[in-house]
Design a protein around this ligand. Structure first.
Ligand SMILES: [Ca+2]
Ligand SMILES: [Ca+2]
Ligand SMILES: [Ca+2]
Length: 220
C-alpha cells in the first residue's frame, strides 16, 4: 500500500509539474546570474514534494530551467523548502544525446555547491558523464540567496555541454547529503532552442518516472 501511495503522489506531483511547465509563456524577462530571483517568474519549472529528502536542508521544492534569446547559454535555478543557513550540494545530470543514459563521455554532470553564508557563495564545476573533470564554471560567485537562503541559480554555455540549438536533452537534478543522494526531482526532456520562439516543449518521459520511482524505492 505504501509503494502505491508513493507512486500515486509522484504521479500527482509530476502532473502538477507538467502544468506549471506548460504555463511558461514567452513574456518573461532575461535571466541574469546575480543572486536575485525575480527574473525566474514564469519560467518553466518542475515541482518536487516536501519531506521526501534525507535532510531538511537538501529537500528540493522546485527546479527551474530557461535560456535567453540570442544567447547560447542554459540557465538553471534550484529552490529548497527549508530557508536555512546550511549549504546545499546539487548534481544536475544532463543526457546530452538523449539516449536514456547519463554516464557517457558525451553527457554532462554539473556539480553545484551553494552556501548562504557568506553572500550566497556558489561554486560550479563541470564533469563529463563518466565523471572526468572538464572545467570550473564558477568560483565563489554570489548566485544564491544570502543569510537564510533557499534559492541558487547557475548557467552553462552550450559549447561546454557540446549541444546545438534545437537539440533535445534530458535533465535530472539531485541533491546530496554527503556522498548519498538525498532528493531527486523528476526528469525533464527539453529542447532549449524552442524557448527562443513561441513554442516550448517540456516532456516528462515515462523513463524519468521509472528512474524517480525506483530511486525513491532504493532510498527507503
Ligand atoms: Ca537572477
Ligand atoms: Ca523534495
Ligand atoms: Ca547519454
Amino acid at each position: 500500500m505504501k509503494k502505491r501511495n508513493i507512486g500515486c503522489s509522484l504521479m500527482i506531483a509530476i502532473s502538477l509539474s507538467l502544468i506549471f511547465a506548460l504555463q511558461a509563456e514567452a513574456q518573461t524577462t532575461a535571466i541574469t546570474l546575480d543572486g536575485q530571483f525575480g527574473d525566474w517568474l514564469g519560467q518553466p519549472n518542475v515541482l518536487d514534494e516536501q519531506d521526501d529528502a534525507q535532510t531538511n536542508h537538501s529537500d528540493l521544492s522546485r527546479f527551474y530551467f530557461a535560456n535567453n534569446p540570442d544567447q547560447d547559454y542554459l540557465f538553471f535555478m534550484a529552490e529548497r523548502w527549508d530557508l536555512g543557513s546550511e549549504g546545499l550540494d546539487l548534481r544536475l545530470y544532463i543526457d546530452t544525446n538523449n539516449n536514456g543514459t547519463t554516464t557517457e563521455a558525451a553527457d554532462r554532470i554539473v556539480a553545484v555547491r551553494y552556501h548562504p553564508n557568506p553572500g550566497g557563495r556558489t561554486n560550479v564545476d563541470l564533469f563529463d558523464g563518466s565523471g572526468s573533470f572538464i572545467k570550473q564554471l564558477a568560483n565563489r560567485m554570489n548566485w544564491g540567496e544570502s543569510g537564510k537562503g533557499g534559492k541558487v541559480e547557475w548557467g552553462v554555455p552550450f559549447s561546454d555541454l557540446g549541444i546545438m540549438q534545437n537539440q533535445t536533452i534530458r535533465m535530472q537534478l539531485l541533491s546530496y547529503h554527503g556522498t548519498q543522494v538525498s532528493d531527486t526531482v523528476a526528469e525533464v526532456q527539453w529542447s532549449p532552442a524552442n524557448a527562443l520562439g513561441t513554442y516550448l516543449l517540456v516532456f516528462l518521459g515515462s523513463l524519468g518516472l521509472m528512474i524517480v520511482y525506483h530511486r525513491r524505492r532504493e532510498m527507503r
